[in-house]
Ligand binder design. Structure first.
Ligand SMILES: *Cc1c(COP(=O)(O)O)cnc(C)c1O
Length: 381
């Protein structure tokens, strides 16, 4: 199997699995216990928190463990709104549903939501954000990098704008984390969402960075875990795995990114030159090192994905839940694609384990399948 859907989820790094195993076995103590057995576990969780904090230039008391990216996004938006009670939020039209659906929730509770559009490359215009600011704007939430088309946003510029206007700035960094440089202080980020399973860590764990003093109200009420902000016994094995995955990703970062970029650019070049009527979505240079999103004219992407599956290749449409039966992806519509081209879109997201000969095989399969589908296609689109 050739797995090219790393934006959907990743295979845990073997060292991550090894780091987690003891916590699913003998190291089962509740970190809240006051005997030595538990205090050791508490210390391990603290060290994980410190390690993760250091990867984004934060303090450990600013890292709050969650069940993943979705929860982190929900927490950031809902609790900021809850503490303000009124006002409005600025976000973009290409956010993950964890943000967009949470914004729908806020709108029903009379929080104003302005969604800024993006250009054809999926970039948000900082001046457009500035123009959208209203006297009651209390939060700007813009993702650091897009999960469908890989476009990286000007996070530092948005942060500077938000800070200058005394508006909180949240970024969904689930795809960007360990792939682009992040320093929450240099970039004026107040809240930042991360997920374990997108960085070769475990599913069901992530964290929300909250700048000291930005939020005071607990998100989940109960025990005193997570500095009283999110109650519930810690997902210890998950936390250990998340920290290990981040550590490995950061240590190998430059080498890994260089390899992924080379492979990505090689595959993009072959697809773009050897297949006619294909469009590369997302920004050509400001993009995640592992992302490729192609739109093929006169091709049904869902069928192409099924053909690739038969050939042992895992790829996906723009997002985890698109198919011809449903609406075209909101991201692909936002960058101006016709419905037909949006339905002809396939995303390949690689990791450093990919081999060069596998890329050649994938390109040959895409070529053959696209030719076949176009031969069969009756409608011109
Ligand atoms: C995957 C993803 C999420 C959701 O993260 P989970 O840990 O799966 O809940 C949120 N935002 C982006 C950009 C993602 O890619």
């Amino acid at each position: 199997m050739i797995y090219m859907d790393n934006a959907a989820t990743t295979k845990m790094h073997p060292e991550v699995v090894n780091a987690m195993l003891p916590y699913m076995g003998n190291r089962y103590g509740n970190p809240s216990g006051i005997y030595t057995f538990s205090k050791k576990i508490k210390k391990d969780v603290s060290e994980a928190r410190e390690l993760l904090a250091s990867t984004i230039g934060a303090g450990p008391e600013e890292i709050f463990f969650t069940s993943g990216g979705t929860e982190s996004d929900n927490w950031a938006l809902k609790m900021t709104a809850d503490e303000r009670r009124a006002g409005s939020v600025i976000t973009t039209s290409i956010e993950h549903h964890a943000i967009l659906k949470t914004c729908d929730f806020l709108e029903k509770r009379h929080i104003g939501v302005t969604k800024i559009g993006v250009d054809a490359d999926g970039k948000v215009n900082v001046n457009a954000i500035e123009r959208a600011i209203r006297p009651d704007t209390f939060l700007i939430s813009v993702m650091a990098a897009n999960n469908e088309i890989g476009t990286v946003q000007p996070v530092a510029r948005i942060g500077r704008l938000a800070r200058g206007r005394n508006i909180l700035f949240h970024t969904d960094a689930v795809q960007a984390y360990t792939n682009i440089y992040i320093d929450v202080n240099a970039m004026n980020v107040d809240m930042l969402s991360v997920s374990g399973h997108k960085i070769r860590g475990p599913k069901g764990v992530g964290f929300l960075y909250i700048r000291k003093g930005c939020l005071k109200t607990p998100f989940i009420n109960g025990g005193a875990q997570e500095m009283g902000m999110r109650a519930g016994t810690e997902n210890v094995a998950g936390i250990i795995g998340l920290a290990k995955a981040a550590q490995i990703a950061m240590i190998n970062r430059d080498k890994r990114i260089r390899r992924e970029r080379q492979m990505r650019d090689y595959m993009i070049k072959r697809v773009m030159t050897e297949i006619k009527d294909v469009r590369l979505n997302g920004d050509a240079s400001d993009r995640l090192p592992n992302n490729m999103s192609f739109s093929f004219s006169r091709v049904d992407g869902a069928t192409l994905i099924l053909m690739l599956d038969q050939q042992g290749i895992c790829a996906s449409a723009g997002s985890a839940c698109s198919s011809s039966q449903t609406q075209p992806s909101h991201v692909l519509k936002a960058i101006g694609l016709s419905d037909a081209l949006a339905y002809g879109t396939v995303r390949f997201t690689i990791n450093e384990e990919l081999q060069w000969n596998e890329i050649d095989y994938v390109v040959e399969c895409i070529k053959r399948n696209v030719a076949e589908l176009r031969r069969l296609s009756v409608n011109e689109n």
